[in-house]
Design a protein around this ligand. Structure first.
Ligand code: COA
Length: 330
């Protein structure tokens, strides 16, 4: 079976920077609280006229250019997000239209912070299986239009930010590229981090009460999420290493989903990795959910943090709960 590698990456961040200080004008919070608990200093918020798909398409366009291919070469498009332009259809078809792609399949993935790695595993399988030569995977998130910026929503409003990242997955030779992907879920924890309504458990699925009670805002049991994240991240990273006969000392770089700096530090410590081997940019972007790993990957490559031959692990944990890892020989 042929291999699959990341042939190009791209990112798109809104230009508007929102600092912790800016948020203190909207809710009862402080820069000190946010930095100490999350490591976040600022995040980006999209222009109100922009849609999620516009950011995703821009990131996708850059990844395609960097891969040295054209939109006609892409056989499948995968779009991961929890903040789509429309309830339906998904953002994938929006990107197909905006990029002027041929009428290829557009698959939408709904696995929140783990969504990008779920999408990447689909691309890996299609390319390794020889079904397509190039698959475009986008992770894009527009949180700023869906957060509660009053004190009642401060536990989540300070965490999330907007942005998009994308990769092109293409064929690989000589055992290089994506070695394996490992996906997990445990739905019994779904209510601990979710947007409860609107949803089709209710009839009708959207009511005035939904809005009045604020059930359309994210709901998070922060301590509970934290406890599961610091257990599942190391577990799934070790799973990918063991599957391929490696240990953590073989890793050149770990790129975790940027959930919270304290989670990233705990994971790095559990894996006994020095700080320089664990990438973090949460300080500047906050948690961009499905976009955080492809944004981070694009920055790592730009900064020369990944060299040919390096063993790199991507890992994520999020709502669902879902968690996953991808091990790559660069
Ligand atoms: N500013 C100031 N105070 C805040 C606040 C904010 N933005 N958000 C919450 N608080 C308050 C709480 O109301 C609480 O006040 P109380 O003691 O008077 O009730 C106090 O701070 C402590 O809240 P708590 O939830 O116990 O804090 P914490 O130490 O657990 O930190 C999180 C909160 C959300 C930062 C932390 O739980 C966390 O990072 N969890 C993981 C979240 C995550 O990564 N989610 C994404 C997963 S992909």
């Amino acid at each position: 079976m042929r291999g699959a590698r990341i042939a190009g990456t791209g990112r798109e961040l809104p230009s508007r920077v929102v600092t912790n200080e800016d948020l203190t004008k909207l809710m009862d919070t402080t820069d000190e609280w946010i930095v100490q608990r999350t490591g976040i200093r600022e995040r980006r918020f999209a222009d109100p006229s922009a849609g999620n798909s516009h950011m995703g398409a821009a990131a996708g366009r850059k990844a395609i250019a960097q891969a040295g291919i054209s939109v006609e070469d892409v056989g499948l498009l995968v779009f991961a997000t929890l903040s789509p332009d429309y309830y339906f259809p998904g953002c994938g078809v929006m990107v197909q239209a905006q990029l002027g792609m041929p009428t290829v399949g557009a698959l939408d993935v709904r696995d929140q912070c783990t969504g990008f790695l779920y999408g990447l595993s689909v691309a890996e399988a299609y390319v390794k299986g020889g079904f397509h030569d190039y698959v475009l995977v986008i992770g894009s998130e527009l949180h700023s239009k869906g957060l509660n910026f009053s004190t009642a929503g401060r536990d989540t409003a300070v965490i999330f930010g907007d942005g998009a990242g994308a990769v092109v997955v293409g064929p690989a030779e000589n055992g290089k590229g994506i070695l394996s992907s490992h996906l997990h879920s445990e739905g019994k924890h779904a209510a601990e981090l979710c947007v409860e309504e609107p949803g089709f458990l209710k009839s009708p699925w959207l009511t005035h009460e939904t809005i009045d009670s604020g059930k359309h805002y994210p709901k998070m049991n922060g301590k509970y999420v934290f406890a599961h994240a610091v257990r599942r991240f190391p577990e799934v990273i070790r799973e990918s290493l063991a599957k391929n006969g490696y240990t953590a000392s073989d890793l050149a770089l770990l790129i975790p989903h940027q959930a919270n700096q304290r989670i990233t530090q705990a994971v790095g410590a559990a894996m006994e990795l020095p700080e320089g081997k664990v990438f973090s940019n949460i300080e500047r972007y906050g948690n961009t959910t499905a976009a955080s790993i492809p944004i981070a990957l694009d920055e790592c490559l730009e900064q020369g943090r990944i060299r040919e031959g390096d063993l790199v692990c991507l890992a994520a944990f999020g709502s669902g709960f879902t968690w996953a890892s991808t091990l790559i020989r660069w």
